[in-house]
Design a protein around this ligand. Sequence first.
Ligand code: NAD
Length: 295
Amino acid sequence: MAAKILDGKQIAVQMREELKGRIAGLAQRGIRPGLAVILVGDDPASKSYVTAKEKACEEVGIYSSDNRLVAATTESELLGLIERFNQDPKIHGILVQLPLPKHINEERILNAICPEKDVDGFHPVNVGRMVIGQRCFLPCTPHGVVQMLVRSGVVLEGAEVVIVGRSNIVGKPLANLLIQKSRFGNATVTVCHTKTRNLAEHVRRADIVIAAAGCPRTITADMVKEGAVVIDVGVNRVEDASAKNGYRLVGDVDFEAVRQKASMITPVPGGVGPMTITMLLYNTVESAERAAEFR
Ligand code: NAD
């Protein structure tokens, strides 16, 4: 029997409805959550991500400050803008869209965002807090994956999870979340990467496979255990002459074939993507609530 499709859009709608309730609660106290979105340059993919994030803010009632800067913006100009938002009480979250132009040091920029407004969860303070299980902003894609699993009734406790990919924004934080001693963790996690000796052997053991390699068909049906849950984080453009813009988006999983063996699977698009944006909204609302506690 073909796998159940885990519909990220549907779970995202449900979570955004919950957020609207929290935003209404804040409004009663005279607070509107605010997100500053900063884009440097005119990379088309980055532009479309930023537009989607701003649109999502508007839909749930979060104020978004749109800052589109020319590619020639200097590092010190960008640092100045971040500092302004760090001080601005109307802004609860600051998002700098990556990648930045080569002449700007990404690490210096991310470290300049005050950890209390780091709604992407990339600041070393938030990363450290996450690792030791303290209250922090969780990075959006890993947190979205965990929410998706839990809300779909997947049992994490004791599950064998194999993550393919060890990046700082997906693979590593995801592994950290899933091993936490909590109801969103308690899994046994293996992280595979380009130097892993026998990828298929590891993946075959998994109750839950999470692909975040950035390469189409990294996970094929012969590598997947019957009944496994398969989460596809990958987003890859492949040429498609029949598509309007000449390409289509696929994940890292050979979807049609793997679907025949898995018990649940996420599509691309429409799987993890909508959850990532939702978790950004979630962190911004969370940040506004925390700021309200201190008022
Ligand atoms: P990355 O390039 O930084 O990391 C990829 C990782 O995969 C590396 O650690 C590498 O070692 C590993 N890898 C690559 N090929 C492999 C192979 N054949 N076998 C084993 N390991 C392999 O990428 P990233 O930023 O982590 O993103 C991964 C993918 O997820 C990309 O396609 C990206 O577009 C997508 N992504 C999607 C979302 C979303 O919201 N849906 C968010 C972030 C990233």
